[in-house]
Design a protein around this ligand. Sequence first.
Ligand code: PLP
Length: 389
Amino acid sequence: MKVRKVYLDHSATTPVAKEVLDAMLPYFSEKMGNPNSLHSWGRDAKRAMDEARGSVASLIGAEPSEIVFTGCGSAADNLAVKGSVWAAKNGGRHIITSAVEHHAVIDTFKWLGKNGFETTILPVDGDCMVSPDALRNAIRDDTALVSIMFANNEVGTINPIAELGAICRERGVLFHTDAVQAAGHIPIDVSRLPVDMLTMSAHKMYGPKGIGALYIRKGIKLVPLVHGGGQEYGVRSGTENVPSIVGFGASAELAVKLDREGEESRISRIRDKLLDGIVERVPDSFVTGHRTCRLPYHGSVCVRRIEGEGMLLRLDYAGIGASSGSACTSGSLDPSHVLLAMGLDHATAHGSLRLTLGKDTTEEDVDYVLETFPPIVETLRSMSPYKGK
Ligand SMILES: *Cc1c(COP(=O)(O)O)cnc(C)c1O
């Protein structure tokens, strides 16, 4: 069989789009000024950065002055969580998150839990959703912050963010959401959403790696994690990464264009074909995460009586790039904290597979996976120690 190259790991990272790269290139060389310098080189860089800030802001309905660029999505999560609880004027010592957050949030909570804060970790249901009632019951008078992700990176489920945010607002508690998987892929409008802080990362939306952004609603004060020259409204010191910021701006504009062109319905249609096809052709397999409240490009399944690693290796051999959960936990043999929180047992969680599509994924790519994957499962099962059980 002819091997086709099919990259289906867009939740781990996306390629930099051509128009994004083209926009970035001059800022490495002829337009290399420091945006804090007063001469023409500096002013040109500053102007480009301001434009990019405008593009990223308008992607989510924010003001440019409410966008702070950071070193990556993880840095934006850390800034939101630590920066806000350290700044909390009411001295609130209690913080709330969910069991299925990205490590950039959950490990920050664990660290704060060992350093003077009391944490509550909310459970999720079998579809990976946080319940508004559970949040309502968890908020206390001394709660300083709630951080719940917009959409999950391992199973694609989209949380009821408007409802969760409204509960926080009603109780006067700050609400942060990690929207790294959602931003640029589904509409987000913070002018209508009760969200105080929101994390984005360029490399999950066809921009470069190593640049993130935090939306900080006007009036919210954060304690900086990096002290220095006072860049980014004093919240993130350090000479700005101008080429990457310009690339982030271009990727935000690309997201608007893709949305106008109907990319969301195109991609969710072929994603559904992929998921339905797998469940139909692979015995003892099922979709993980919510079927409809789901990121349009995100597919994830579990295949019973199979080791995820074996599937990944054989898929890779067939030219298909997939993952077994998050890029950060693969390589370790621990099953995903997300799947366990959803109630899956260890053995089943080991058979998880994530297939995340992108703007360049075609229906032919999906057909190739549907042709290639079932025989791989069959072969692995025939060799498996679980055989016959
Ligand atoms: C990728 C990801 C991050 C981390 O972003 P980086 O820019 O890679 O640091 C945070 N949260 C979620 C949900 C992610 O998918």
